[in-house]
Ligand binder design. Sequence first.
Ligand code: 13P
Ligand code: SF4
Length: 320
Amino acid sequence: METAVEARATAKLDLFEEIARLKREMNAVILAHYYQEPDIQDIADFLGDSLQLAQAAKATDADVIVFCGVHFMAETAKILNPTKQVLLPDLAAGCSLADSCPPHLFARFKAQHPDAVVVSYINCSAEIKAMSDVICTSSNAEKIVRSIPESRNIIFAPDKNLGAYLEQKTGRKMILWQGSCIVHETFNERKLIALKTRHPNAVIIAHPECEPQVLAHAAFIGSTKALLEFTIQSPHQEFIVATEAGIIHEMRKRSPRKTFIAAPPNEERHCACNECPYMKLNTLEKVYLAMKNRAPEITMSEELRLRALKPMERMLELSK
Ligand code: 13P
Ligand code: SF4
């Protein structure tokens, strides 16, 4: 915990300069997800979606990984890099989707379907990964599901919305764990239709964690990276974006002349419900402090890491 004296000292620093200095001194790399606040996205050495970040974590030769994302993402970096120090600026940066799948309940669920192949979305804890046969992200989920022989039953966890979307895409019925993301479930179909009516030329794009009634209106569905690429390549000039609003920062940077409108959340009054409260726990100041104090650090038992590594490696192999 930062003291009042430390807080006053930190407030006087140029955090951009200090982070750059510490990065050189520590041989650190800063990895950031598209949902991080704009300043963090701008200082990152690598900005990407979950799959890209896992691949970047595996490829880095830095000694320290400063992970600007949520806990399961930093944990994934640690699973892939046992000898590197992995720092997460705020240890409380969790994920509602990962939390919706407690390991003891999932173990019971899995035991009810002993012959099923377990495909888990990367938004889950190391314990759930350790109980899985293969991991997927929103960019490779379809490919991973299609790689499982037709003769096998599949348990898909923890996101019921991504699971339902994959069932529709692949025609494969799966046994779905009923988890979800609080941010992606906040988008409101009625308000989305009203917004589209006011912007008839705008194209609706959505992340597959959204509910089916929202996805039904989307002209394009994909991971954060895929959504970004779509906006860059599309001849359209206006987009309604149904995912966490942080991605719009990079969309605007890459296509400054195009217009991006955040999809409307459920609440009647003005709110920031389309911002992930966990992702936004990380701040530039916390990034600096994590580097200075070399904490909070992600740790786990080697036994758990090795069990979680197997399905991760299978995913990375299948994603080549
Ligand atoms: P991506 O795979 O698009 O990075 O999704 C991560 C995530 O947490 C979405 O809520
Ligand atoms: Fe988890 Fe949803 Fe936040 Fe993504 S947006 S990190 S799924 S709570």
